[in-house]
Ligand binder design. Structure first.
Ligand code: ZN
Length: 253
């Protein structure tokens, strides 16, 4: 008889967001708009192809539609389209602004959300941005056959929420892989998903860290874990300005 495990993911064929409809669509591990940006920016062929970091594996992307950058079917049509489109757009605007204003960001070491989204819209848009990252985090857990925590699923529909998930942003121009410093500039990728068994009173819970990067912009996700201070200020879509970290980190963090 199989042991029951409350952390085990439900059926792989169900969408992890609604847990009711069949997963018929494949979310991109790396956002299509980020891939297109890199492919448009340069004529990628041969040795000019962008690097794709996936955990400790590094490969060269063949095209912006490469299989390596997609998950297995993990979301239903509804959850992957109408529901999450505002989240996707908020992310695209954020990355456009960050990569387009490098000088200002490198000087201030901060993200100023009213500058990114405008002073009227920034509260709603930073919430959408946070939900985009919650979706990324959920997809990573689901792929690793871990149940996405209920608070993370629930916040996708909420305007105010309490969650164990927080985000940090940092300027990370390089990553150490097998003792070598590898440049992250003009590359895309994900950081490894790490799992930490924790105890909350008598109850065992699982903490996680993972993340992704677009060129020098590293975005780390932390669940029930206190991030290292050098990776930036904790952000839960709750402030107009957030301090960026700046630290070359190793892939084994
Ligand atoms: Zn769904």
């Amino acid at each position: 008889m199989e042991q029951s495990n409350k952390n085990a993911a439900p059926s792989r064929r169900l969408c992890w967001i609604c847990r009711t409809r069949t997963a018929t669509t494949r979310e991109h591990r790396i956002k299509r708009s980020d891939l297109t940006r890199f492919y448009k920016a340069k004529n990628f062929a041969g040795d000019a192809r962008p690097y794709h970091f996936r955990g400790e594996k590094i490969s060269r992307l063949q095209s912006h539609d490469a299989e390596a950058v997609k998950y297995d079917k993990n979301l239903c049509e509804e959850c992957n389209s109408a529901k999450s489109q505002p989240f996707d757009r908020a992310y695209e605007q954020f990355v456009d602004w960050m990569l387009g204003n490098e000088d200002e960001i490198f000087a201030s070491h901060a993200v100023d959300f009213p500058s990114v989204y405008g002073s009227r819209d920034f509260e709603v848009q930073q919430l959408n941005l946070f939900k985009y990252f919650a979706k990324c985090f959920g997809c990573r857990l689901d792929e690793a056959q871990r149940a996405v925590p209920d608070d993370v699923r629930a916040l996708l529909d909420q305007r105010r929420f309490r969650t164990g998930l927080c985000i940090t942003f940092s300027i990370q121009p390089a990553m150490e892989v097998e003792g070598e410093s590898v440049s992250l500039l003009n590359s895309l990728g994900t950081f490894p998903l790490l799992e930490f068994p924790l105890w909350d009173n008598e109850e065992k819970i699982l903490g996680y860290s993972c993340g992704q990067h677009v060129s020098w912009l590293a975005i780390h996700f932390w669940y029930c874990i206190e991030p290292p201070n050098e990776l930036g200020e904790i952000w839960v879509a709750d402030r107009d300005r957030v301090r960026l970290g700046k630290s070359p980190i190793t892939s084994t963090l």
